[in-house]
Design a binder for this molecule. Structure first.
Ligand code: B12
Ligand code: SF4
Ligand code: SF4
Length: 261
């Protein structure tokens, strides 16, 4: 099969299994990730980037559980697509691995859960799926920033797509204005701590604080902590694997088909 035909079929598999957008970038065009790539598929030649769209009503919803639920399943769609692609390519003799969209993630120093094996925004920009927005996210013409991204690293030498020639972000700055934590400054600049403290309400830092509180308190206080709402929230976070409490820079992105609403 020619590279052209294999690339076309690979994209068809991605789109048939949960991806709404798909693009291909050569490994040599992701020089920032050489080390990670060598540790995953040493003979890696191409990265297939898949993106699945959120339900725009869900991530705009005032009920945060609805947005979190949508997020879990949008990540699942990405994972489904990436695994289908990796199985398709491995079935044709090309070692291929689906790479996590967010977790599991390297928790060791120096990454400490803040850097993916592959940066999916970067890979998406180079695979022509979208461009960088003022919010620092990958903005697409089709769905704005309201997408989740994942992909596959493969030894197949597929045909690469070109980056977009025009910006998908219209620079309206609504994402920056909408950010409740003041983390966004435009031009893609983000204060990761401000955003992280806001979105991970019951995430890892909260868990650390909670454990410290348990050990530092007197016996009678410990009982109250264990019965409190915070442990229930944390239990839910652990059960669902999703802890986001803000979607504003995605849901307010005007580059979406729903921008008039
Ligand atoms: C760690 C992480 C975070 C951290 C740090 C975010 C960050 N900006 O790095 C925190 C906790 C703060 C975070 C927050 C959020 N995250 Co997050 N996060 C990640 C994760 C797991 C790793 C990112 C990473 O490796 N960063 C390290 C390096 C590469 O980033 P950096 O040093 O900032 O470098 C960037 C800039 O320099 C930028 N850049 C370079 N040149 C230029 C030029 C211009 C013009 C611009 C604008 C930018 C730009 O390029 C680099 C990125 O490509 C990715 C998944 C993944 N594997 O990619 C998801 C990911 C980026 N997160 C995502 C989302 C949606 C969110 C949140 C909305 C939370 C939520 N509700 O889900 C917020 C958005 C915050 C924001 N506006 O950026 C999505 C983004 C989808 C999209 N449309 O782009 C991702 C890709 C997850 C996924 N697989 O879908 N996240
Ligand atoms: S996720 Fe929320 S807090 Fe974080 S940058 Fe986006 S709008 Fe700001
Ligand atoms: S809200 Fe406007 S400025 Fe922000 S990323 Fe979307 S299109 Fe760009």
């Amino acid at each position: 099969m020619s590279n052209h035909e294999l690339s076309k079929r690979t994209k068809r598999v991605a789109l048939a299994h949960g991806a709404d957008l798909v693009g291909i970038v050569k490994v040599k065009d992701l020089p920032e990730h050489v080390e990670s790539i060598a540790g995953i598929v040493p003979m890696g030649k191409s990265v297939i980037v898949v993106a699945s769209r959120h339900s725009s009503a869900s991530i705009r919803s005032a009920a945060n559980q609805v947005a979190q639920f949508d997020t879990i399943h949008t990540y699942n769609e990405c994972a489904r697509s990436a695994h289908a692609v990796s199985r398709f390519l491995e079935g044709r003799g090309f070692p291929s691995a689906a790479v996590p969209a967010f977790i599991p993630i390297d928790m060791q120093e120096p990454k400490m859960g803040m850097r993916g094996e592959l940066c999916w925004r970067r890979a998406g920009v180079r695979a022509g799926i979208g461009s960088y927005g003022e919010n620092g996210l990958l903005v697409t013409r089709e769905f704005g920033s309201a997408i989740r991204i994942s992909g596959v690293l493969t030894s197949a030498d597929l045909e690469a797509d070109s980056p977009l020639s025009e910006d998908a972000c219209d620079h309206c700055m609504r994402c920056v204005e909408a950010c409740p934590s003041g983390a966004l400054a435009g031009g893609g600049t983000i204060n990761k701590k401000l955003c992280g403290d806001f979105i991970f309400k019951y995430g890892f830092r909260f868990f650390q604080k909670f454990m410290r509180g348990l050990f530092q308190n007197q016996k009678e206080e410990i009982g109250k902590i264990i019965e409190g709402v915070e442990l229930r929230e944390m239990w839910q976070t652990f059960m669902t694997g999703n802890y986001y409490y803000c979607f504003e820079c995605q849901s307010k992105c005007t580059a979406t088909p729903c921008k008039k609403n």
